[in-house]
Design a protein around this ligand. Sequence first.
Ligand code: NDP
Length: 313
Amino acid sequence: MPATILDGTRIAQEIRSEVAAEVKTMAAAGVRPGLAVVLVGHNPASEIYVRGKVKACQEVGLYSEQLTPPESATTAELLAVIEDLNRRDDIDGILVQLPLPAQVDAKKVLMAVDPAKDVDGFHPVNVGFLSTQRPGLVPCTPAGVLEILKRSNIPIAGREAVVVGRSDIVGKPAAMLLLNANATVTVCHSKTHDLPRVCRRADILVAAIGRAGMITRDFVKPGATVIDVGMNTVTDPAEFQRFFSGNSKREENFRKKGSTLIGDVHPEVAEIAGALTPVPGGVGPLTIAMLMFNTVKAAKMRRGSRVPELSRA
Ligand code: NDP
């Protein structure tokens, strides 16, 4: 039986509606949570991401502001921008769009963000809160992975979870969230021996690698839930055919655009997995929804009010 496709777009929409309702309640009490996005220079991909984030803010009723220092900005100049945002009471969330230009000390800039406004959840203070199960701001993409699992009623406690990838942005926090939800967690990386064997242990397999279609059917235990975080652009027609030959909808799209988005999971995994997130339309939409959620959460935490619950699981 083919895998159940876990519809990230629908789940993200559900979360956005919940956030919009919360924003409305806060507005009645005279509070409008605000997100500041710092976009340095003119990276076309970053500009698209930031546009998506600002639009999403508007849709849920959040205040948003975009700051656009020039490509030539120095570390000191960016630190001054962050300090100003840290001080402002109308700004609850600060997001520094990565990558930053080469001359900027990105770690120093990210460290300068007030942890209470760190809606990306990258600050070591929030990393520490997550690993010690204290309330804090959790990175958006891994938080979205957990929302997909919980809202799809996939049991986590006591299950074997394998995360492939150990980045600070995705792999490590995803592993920590699964551990906090009482899974037995294994984290894999490029030095892991016999990766397919380790992955086949998983009831829940999270792929956050950045390699198109690397997770093939021999990595997957029949019936497992597979969460594909990867976002890889394929432009080579031969590579496209290797993954999507016979998929007429994809073929038409590829002809039109000259590229297609593929995850880290090979499409053949749909024949063996129990449940699977698609790419696009899986984890991706959750990332922005969780950013909206984190902005509201930061606004509430800063004002000492009760933090909204998301997952009902
Ligand atoms: P990184 O490049 O920072 O990390 C990749 C991880 O994968 C590393 O830990 C690396 O191991 C591991 N890895 C690489 N090759 C192999 C291999 N052959 N076998 C086993 N492990 C391997 O990437 P990110 O974590 O930032 O992102 C991962 C993917 O998720 C990317 O495709 C990215 O585009 C996507 N992404 C999607 C988001 C969304 O909204 N859906 C948001 C963020 C990311 P090692 O540590 O040993 O080098």
